[in-house]
Design a protein around this ligand. Structure first.
Ligand code: ADP
Ligand code: MG
Length: 312
């Protein structure tokens, strides 16, 4: 590796500009970062790790890899309703890595971070003897005891979902050119999460990263409830592709959230205000059995499926 890819050159030239000179980063010149919080706030933290040839290919290009890393982690933050402020970066390099890669990587981070008003406050840079891997930790704030959590769904709640489901699958697997980049550039639903909390409309959300069914199942398990959902209410971009494929694929980064029946009308207003599509797909019931998901077709017949979707 050339001299100019030394760790401190990388940090100084490519990572320092991403701090936006924020106080918390301390100029990337200390061992630690330092975040000041107000008394009434809680810190919400999420970490993601991506490994070459498992979660990304080097050929995808550094811009897309960085963008996906930040967006998928932001999607986790969105589920809580918190406001993202800072992130830390775990960066690896190996013999195959050149300046252009790092320049593109930091440009990818910058574009997504700027969109959400986030600054880099630290990290670690290491040499890998093999595959590349990148990791990100996001720090976000929220008013105390307001965070949406998987375990907070209540019997009788309605189940809503943002956007459309299966777009990443249409692009990544079926190579539909209208959706090719949905996989790399999902829209983390940060604003939606924050508004759900501010307007007191939801206490429970999850993002669709593994697939609608398997992620909804996490809410069911954590809240000990069963979900009844209606296949024809699930918002999809293609009517010709098998629905079960679309809803068990993943990488959608839409939000599933639960809402008290009495608040349903306020959700339509919220969708209008934020100009995003929000659909009601079902309800949560307590059937006194093991938590499950029951999918009904348009004739109210149960659809059977063999698994909930992708599992790690
Ligand atoms: P240490 O040797 O204690 O791990 P480093 O020399 O790795 O510290 O890091 C020096 C400074 O540069 C620290 O403030 C650290 O947070 C920052 N830094 C190192 N790598 C990165 C990175 N990938 N992204 C952001 N900041 C980094
Ligand atoms: Mg270090």
């Amino acid at each position: 590796m050339s001299e100019n890819l030394k760790e401190f050159t990388i940090i100084d030239k490519y990572f320092k500009p991403l701090t936006n000179n924020c106080k918390a980063a301390q100029g990337l010149s200390d061992d630690v970062a330092k975040i000041s919080l107000k008394k009434s706030q809680e810190l919400i933290i999420s970490k993601d790790l991506m490994v070459e040839d498992v979660h990304f290919l080097k050929e995808d290009g550094a811009f897309k890899i960085a963008s996906k890393l930040l967006s998928s982690n932001l999607s986790d933050i969105a589920t809580s309703g918190a406001k993202p402020l800072y992130y830390m970066l775990g960066f690896s390099k190996n013999e195959s890595l050149d300046q252009k890669f790092i320049a593109d990587f930091s440009a990818g981070l910058k574009e997504s971070a700027d969109k959400f008003g986030m600054s880099l406050i630290g990290g670690d840079t290491v040499k890998s003897s093999g595959k590349l891997f990148f990791s990100l930790t996001i720090f976000a704030v929220i008013a105390k005891n307001k965070a949406m959590l998987r375990k907070n769904a209540k019997k009788g709640d309605s189940i809503f979902i943002s956007g459309t489901i299966g777009d990443a699958y249409l692009g990544r697997v079926l190579r539909d050119k209208n959706f090719l980049d949905r996989h790399f550039f999902p829209t983390p639903r940060i604003e939606l999460g924050q508004e759900l909390v501010k307007r007191n409309l939801s206490k429970c959300a999850i993002d669709v990263s593994d697939g609608l069914l398997s992620d909804l199942k996490h809410i069911c398990d954590a809240s000990q409830l069963t979900a009844e959902i209606y296949a024809d209410k699930i918002p999809v971009s293609s009517k010709t592709v098998d629905l079960l494929d679309l809803i068990s694929a993943g990488d959608d980064y839409e939000l599933i959230f639960t809402v008290k029946k009495s608040n349903e009308e306020k959700i339509s207003k919220l969708a209008k205000d934020l100009n995003i599509k929000i659909s009601k797909i079902g309800n949560l019931i307590d059937d006194k059995k093991k938590p499950d998901i029951i999918v009904f077709d348009s004739n109210n017949k149960k659809i059977t499926f063999s698994n909930y979707g992708f599992q790690h």
